[in-house]
Write a protein that binds this ligand. Structure first.
Ligand code: ADP
Ligand code: MG
Length: 369
C-alpha cells in the first residue's frame, strides 16, 4: 500500500480479515495505516531502497493517495501488478490532465481554462467569472483554491500560488453534489456502489447521504458516466468520481484513483465495502456484491471537535454520547494529533428509511459538537 492515511488503514484492516499481509510505505512515522500494517516502510515515495523492498516482499501494489509519484508506480509495475496503474493515477492527480481527458472523451465537465501563465488568465473567456482558481496538483479538502471575481483577483491568486499550473473554473450554482464509487477488475467488470449525496463545509466533505435523494434517471446517468470513465481509462481498482448537479445537469467535478471518503458508508451499509473491493481487485479475486442493505448517513469528524471546549488544548470528545444510538457505527482513525480541518474519524447511522436516519445523524453530531 502506497500511503498511510485512513484510506490505507481501512484497506489494511480489510486485507487482514481476508487473510492477507500488508506492507505500507509512508514517510510519516505515525501514519494510521503504518501502525496497523505488518510492516511499515517509513520512507519517501521515491526512496529506491524502500521500493525495492516493496517489490521483493509484495505480490501486488495499490495506492490510497493520488499524489504518489507516477514514476514510483511505473517503476513498481516492472516487478509486480500495480492497480491502478501509473497512467490512470497521473491523469487523476493533475486537474488539467483530468479535465482535458474528460472533455476530450465527451464527459460533461463545467467550463474551465488551463492556466500556466498570467497571460492565460487574461486570455480566458470572461464568462468564466466569478470563478475558482485551483492548483492543478496537490490540492485537497479545498486547499489550493481561491474564489476570484475577475481577472485581477485571479492574477493575484495565481501569484499567491507561486505561479503553479492551475485550472480556472466557472463558479457554478450547485443544486446538489453526488459521487459514485465503483470497483473495476482486470477483466473490465464493474461493480458500482449506489450514488452518494455529499455536502461540504469549508471545502471539506461533511455529510454523505446514501442513496442520494435524486431521481432514478439522474442516478443512472451518474453511474453510467462513472463506469464510462473507468472503462475509458482502462482503470483497474476502486475509483471515486465526484459530480456537480447544476441546473438539473450532471457534470464531473473530479475523480480519485482510490477509495473515496464519500464511500465510507459502504463499510457498514453494503454487503461488500469499498476497501474489500480494493483487496479483491488487487488479489485477482472476483468482485464482491456491492448492494446496499441499509440506508446510511455518514458524518465526518474533524479535528476541530477536539477544540470545541478549549481553543488551545485538545480534548477527546465524549464518544459515549454517540453510543446512545443503537444504529450508529463510529470509526476513529488513530491519528496522532488532532488538528483543525484534519479528518480524525467518521460515524455512520444506519436504518430502514431515509428521514429518521438523517435526523439521528444530525442529533448525534449535535451531541458531540
Ligand atoms: P478537493 O480536491 O479539495 O475535493 P474540489 O474541486 O472537489 O477539490 O472542491 C471542493 C468543493 O468546493 C467541491 O466539492 C464544491 O463543494 C466546491 N467547488 C469546487 N469547485 C466548484 C465550482 N466550480 N463551482 C462551485 N463549487 C465548487
Ligand atoms: Mg473534491
Amino acid at each position: 500500500m502506497l500511503g498511510g492515511g485512513q484510506l490505507g488503514r481501512f484497506f489494511v484492516l480489510a486485507a487482514h480479515e481476508m487473510g492477507y499481509k500488508v506492507v505500507v510505505l509512508d514517510p510519516d512515522r505515525n501514519s494510521p495505516a503504518g501502525k496497523a500494517a505488518d510492516e511499515h516502510l517509513c520512507a519517501a515515495y521515491d526512496d529506491m531502497q524502500a521500493l525495492e523492498r516493496l517489490a521483493q516482499t509484495c505480490a501486488a501494489v495499490t495506492t490510497e493517495f493520488e499524489n504518489v509519484p507516477a514514476d514510483t508506480l511505473d517503476h513498481l509495475s516492472k516487478f509486480i501488478p500495480t492497480r491502478p496503474n501509473a497512467a490512470c493515477v497521473s491523469i487523476a492527480q493533475n486537474r488539467i490532465a483530468e479535465k482535458t481527458f474528460l472533455s476530450d472523451r465527451g464527459f460533461s465537465v463545467g467550463p474551465f481554462a488551463a492556466i500556466r501563465s498570467a497571460a492565460d488568465i487574461e486570455a480566458a473567456d470572461p464568462s468564466l467569472f466569478p470563478a475558482v482558481l485551483k492548483v492543478a496538483r496537490f490540492g485537497y479538502d479545498g486547499k489550493g483554491q481561491a474564489r476570484v471575481a475577475n481577472v485581477a483577483e485571479a492574477k493575484a491568486a495565481f501569484e499567491s500560488f507561486k505561479r503553479e499550473a492551475c485550472v480556472l473554473e466557472k463558479m457554478l450554482t450547485l443544486d446538489i453534489e453526488v459521487s459514485v464509487v465503483l470497483a473495476r477488475d482486470a477483466a473490465g467488470r464493474i461493480a458500482p456502489f449506489p450514488v452518494a449525496e455529499n455536502s461540504h463545509r469549508n471545502g471539506i466533505l461533511d455529510v454523505t447521504i446514501a442513496p442520494a435523494r435524486i431521481s432514478g434517471a439522474l442516478a443512472a446517468e451518474a453511474t453510467e458516466m462513472a463506469s464510462g470513465i473507468a472503462a475509458e481509462l482502462g482503470y483497474v481498482g476502486v475509483l471515486g468520481v465526484e459530480f456537480f448537479i447544476s441546473g438539473g445537469r450532471l457534470m464531473v467535478n473530479e475523480m480519485a484513483p482510490r477509495p473515496h471518503n464519500s464511500g465510507h458508508y459502504t463499510i457498514d451499509a453494503c454487503v461488500t465495502d469499498q476497501f474489500e473491493q480494493q483487496v479483491r481487485i488487487l488479489c485477482g479475486l472476483p468482485l464482491g456484491d456491492a448492494r446496499q442493505h441499509s440506508r446510511a448517513v455518514m458524518v465526518n469528524l474533524l479535528g476541530d471537535l477536539w477544540y470545541s471546549q478549549d481553543a488551545h488544548h485538545a480534548h477527546e470528545p465524549d464518544w459515549s454520547r454517540l453510543f446512545r444510538h443503537p444504529g450508529l457505527k463510529l470509526h476513529l482513525y488513530q491519528k496522532h494529533h488532532a488538528r483543525p480541518g484534519r479528518k480524525m474519524g467518521h460515524f455512520t447511522v444506519l436504518g430502514e428509511s431515509g428521514d429518521p436516519v438523517i435526523d439521528t445523524a444530525m442529533d448525534a453530531r449535535l451531541a458531540i459538537g
